[in-house]
Ligand binder design. Structure first.
Ligand SMILES: [Cu+2]
Length: 283
């Protein structure tokens, strides 16, 4: 009897803490013009209307994500999270897939479509788990060449060539100055706040972020794990890497954060543009 009561109490506790979050994602493909060039994009949206952004999830520590993924593309895709969901993850053309996702820890995780005409066209987003009591931001970096995007969309090529010459350098699929209007990208907080930022490299170049005004603490780097707990004003992101960082806002002002290789701070070759973002800390 005593055991039964303990069992009931334990299952009640478990029931109270574990929540299944239901959500639907749509794989949408379309053409979009960015800073004067046309690109083919593939993205994970929260509706069937194509929007040039990938949906960012924020869930709490005890949440399980139950995702219904509708593929509006005429080609098969996958829904992949490295180390979490790598097999039996197909989402067939003009069909759907259902996946229950239990992330192994708090932090930031990248989801993407692993087919070339998926992630190479931008289908790569972020799930942030367990930081809902803090201000959280997401900087999802992506580079692209306009002509290559058409070849990938037409499936005449399935890889990035050695002479890859991207002319789009984006964060959350936006470039400076329109990044200023992206509330997940531009930080606006107060002195004394502790802020978390999920930075991710969804592109085909290695990227480096450089912060003015602050050193950030690297909470978790998914590839370059030697960087964990380092306190830096610059750090690299390997292809596909997620680096989750903490920023303590200890001084007021407006500070740029940008890719440290200045080709990435251009729009169609014109500086400044591209991966140039702002941190505004109010007194
Ligand atoms: Cu600078």
């Amino acid at each position: 009897m005593k055991h039964l009561i303990v069992l009931i109490l334990l299952s009640l506790t478990y029931y109270a803490q574990s929540t299944i979050v239901l959500d639907t994602l749509f794989i949408n493909k379309d053409t979009a013009t960015v800073t004067g060039f046309n690109y083919q994009f593939c993205v994970f949206n929260d509706s069937s209307d194509f929007k040039l952004v990938n949906h960012t999830f924020e869930i709490s520590s005890n949440d399980t994500l139950q995702l219904h993924i509708i593929n509006n593309d005429t080609l098969d895709h996958t829904f992949q999270i490295d180390g979490v969901l790598e097999t039996a993850n197909n989402v067939n053309a003009l069909s759907f897939g259902d996946f229950q996702i239990v992330l192994p820890s708090d932090g930031a995780f990248r989801y993407y479509s692993s087919v070339p005409y998926g992630h190479l066209l931008g289908a790569s987003g972020v799930i942030i788990k367990g930081f809902q009591n803090y201000p959280v931001y997401c900087w999802n970096m992506f580079d692209q060449s306009d002509t290559l995007s058409y070849e990938i969309a037409e499936t005449t090529t399935g890889s990035t060539p050695l002479d890859y010459m991207p002319n789009l350098f984006s964060i959350n699929l936006k470039t400076h100055p329109s990044l200023e209007f992206d509330t997940l990208a531009k930080i606006v907080q107060q002195v004394g706040d502790t802020i978390y930022i999920a930075t991710i490299n969804s592109g085909q170049m290695e990227h480096t972020l450089h912060y003015h005004g602050f050193h950030v603490t690297i909470i978790d780097a998914s590839v370059n794990t030697i960087m964990n707990n380092w306190k830096k004003d610059s750090y690299p992101l390997k292809k596909g890497e997620v680096v989750f960082v903490q920023l303590v806002a200890d001084q007021p002002g407006i500070y740029p954060v940008h890719e440290h290789n200045l080709i990435n701070v251009t729009n169609s070759g014109v500086y400044p543009g591209g991966m140039l973002n702002l941190i505004e800390i109010q007194p």
